[in-house]
Ligand binder design. Structure first.
Ligand code: G6P
Length: 603
């Protein structure tokens, strides 16, 4: 959601701080600001707009000091205004705070503080924090005690960082439910919402847990349990990501870079030890019932997993959108919940996992971000190893998750005997062709897909049809189109079309059909049936297919022949490129689409 960062250094930290919030901008990008402490004075500059806009307009580069905090915002409480932007300060200017999360009892706290004469300048929940700190500091005459008292009053979720004129060498930060990580460098230490805040400066990190706070100077840090006030020793974690990977590397957008990285992403997934997948497969067998959960794209990855497990291992593992899990699933001690998440921080998915754990369920997760909350919450983790994904919309990470689920289904099939050893080896060997297949599509089809996208990007309404596992592909591809091109794209099973939506077919609605290879005879023929239904009503059809059917479609992307198991992945790449090129033709903010954030850490 919001991104927070903090730096304590030996020399001026302002340029580091600006680079840091720029790297976190994908977490939120409606406004930003920073506070720097110098000569026992805190200077705050903030405004509405992107980090670059605010840097220029407010001349953030003019402020210098050895200690600073910064924030990039995704508004929840209070509109997108300069006053609501962070940092927020106490009335006497002695405390400045940046916050990510939602203080759920802020109305009550605000009321109490206002009665005491505190004047609020913003509409945010966050502003209660500096005022509370001021209040308790006056009583305790000690910053750390004031922070402890403040934490005892806050409910909801928070990751916040603060600096204060009372202790000009120290940064403080605290965490409950929202992610917070320390970066430990030489002569400089960092606070960040995630690794990207400081990976350019250090790859040593300490992940904070709930109810912990930390005190940092440029050459020391300590972590304290806020509930017991006792110090905590934590291991340093080495961040496996290469800082280079978080750069755009010559591509116009991160999205395109990440789509083009997919051959390598696939290779990483293929390198995951079979033993890891076997362990998860056995947990699935042991469970009385099991679910896959995810949000947005990862829900569609979960759906993809449902189809693969059913087909390859004859196991029914339904996919449920994390936000609906509590209401639609049955959970008990015999249940296994497998979460899928790029960030490992998505609130809805974490909440569903917590709910499952409270009911005694066993939990597992497929996650990209090392050290994230989800990796620490669940009983079993598979790290997908896709490297940093900076674009808000997920591409390479989603493809990796779908491939992991496919490999899981193959292993489960082998263990259950629904696949013979020969069949298993054949399918695994076919998956090893995927990097080259994706590379070929990227090389040979990108230009062509760009032409189609430009030709049709002014059509506002789209139907994306798929059958079987291609239904999951159609849903995810439609979501990509919505997220990045802001076009209304509705995914649905091909068979569902005739039960209502067919009434929409006509002028102004484009239909994309994800047709499986002819080798998947039943699915293939059913898809052609849906295509005919649209054609008969004069709908405009774009086919993504493997076998020449030119007369059926007005436009088409014909993919090379490939083993059936690779088909959905190949079509997914086409869906990504179509959305990307439509978005660039429409001059959308590709890497940071309006109103979205990469990891949604609030309810
Ligand atoms: C947000 C993003 C989506 C993403 C979803 C799940 O809604 O806008 O693009 O798919 O979160 O994120 P996760 O990090 O859990 O995969």
């Amino acid at each position: 959601m919001c991104g927070i960062s903090g730096v304590a250094g030996l020399t001026d930290v302002s340029h580091i701080l600006l680079a840091s919030i720029k790297s976190l901008e994908y977490r939120g990008y409606d406004s930003c600001g920073m506070a720097i402490l110098a000569q026992r004075r805190i200077e705050i500059r903030k405004d509405v707009g992107t980090v670059d806009e605010v840097i220029q307009r407010q001349r953030l580069y003019e402020v210098h000091g050895l200690l600073g905090i910064a924030h990039t915002r995704w508004a929840t409480h209070g509109g997108v205004t300069s006053v609501n932007a962070h940092p927020h300060r106490s009335s006497d200017g002695a405390f400045a705070v940046v916050h990510n999360g939602i203080i759920s009892n802020y109305r009550q706290l605000r009321g109490e503080l206002e009665e005491l004469g505190y004047v609020f300048s913003s509409e945010t929940d966050s502003e209660v924090i500096p005022h509370l700190l001021h209040f308790y500091y006056r009583r305790e005459q000690d910053v750390e005690r004031a922070l402890q008292c403040c934490l005892a009053r806050l409910e909801g979720s928070y990751a916040f960082a603060l600096l204060t004129t009372h202790e000009p060498e120290r940064l403080y930060c605290a965490k409950l439910q929202s992610p917070l990580i320390l970066g430990i460098g030489s002569n400089q230490n960092f606070i960040g919402s995630d690794f990207n805040a400081f990976i350019a400066y250090t790859r040593s990190a300490v992940v904070l847990d709930d109810h912990e706070y930390a005190v940092l100077t440029n050459d020391s840090y300590r972590i304290i349990n806020a509930l017991t006030s006792l110090p905590i020793r934590k291991n340093l974690m080495h961040i496996a990501w290469d800082p280079e990977q978080a750069q755009k590397g010559g591509y116009p957008h991160y999205m395109l870079k990440e789509v083009f990285e997919q051959p390598q992403t696939v290779s990483k997934v293929l390198a995951i030890e079979r033993g890891e997948l076997e362990k998860l497969a056995r947990s699935l067998f042991d469970a009385g019932r099991a679910y896959f959960i995810g949000a947005g794209t990862t829900y569609y990855a979960a759906l993809f997993g449902q189809y693969q497990l059913a087909e390859l291992a004859q196991l029914f593992v339904p996919a449920i959108s994390s936000d609906e899990f509590k209401f639609g699933a049955l959970v008990d001690a015999e249940t296994l919940v497998v979460a899928i998440s790029q960030s490992g921080e998505t609130y809805d998915t974490l909440e569903a996992l917590r709910f499952a754990r409270e009911h005694g369920a066993h939990t597992a997760a497929i996650v990209n971000v090392q050290g994230s909350s989800m990796t620490r919450l669940v009983d079993q983790v598979i790290m997908q190893g896709s490297g940093p994904e900076i674009c808000v919309v997920s591409t390479k990470s989603a493809l990796a998750q779908m491939l992991i689920l496919t490999r899981l289904a193959l292993v489960a099939g082998l263990l259950r005997g629904t696949l013979s050893a020969v069949q298993y080896d054949e399918r695994e060997a076919e998956l090893r062709l995927l990097p080259a297949v994706i590379q070929r599509i990227l090389n040979e089809k990108s230009g062509f897909i760009n032409t189609i996208a430009r030709r049709h990007c002014h059509v506002n309404d789209w139907l994306y049809l798929g059958r079987g596992i291609y239904y999951a592909v159609a849903m995810e591809s439609a979501l990509k189109m919505k997220e990045v091109a802001y076009l209304h794209a509705e995914g649905m099973p091909g068979g569902f079309l005739k039960h209502g939506t067919l009434a929409l077919i006509g002028e102004g609605v484009n239909t994309i059909v994800f047709t499986p290879p002819r080798a998947q005879r039943e699915l293939h023929d059913l898809s052609l049936g849906s295509t005919e239904e649209v054609k008969a009503r004069g709908g405009y059809l774009i086919g993504i297919h493997f076998d020449a059917e030119p007369s059926l479609y007005q436009d088409q992307v014909q993919l090379p022949e490939m083993p059936a198991i690779l088909g959905p992945f190949a079509q997914l790449v086409v869906g990504q490129l179509l959305a990307y090129f439509a978005a660039t033709a429409l001059k959308r903010n590709v890497d940071k689409p309006r109103s979205l954030a990469k990891s949604v850490t609030v309810a």
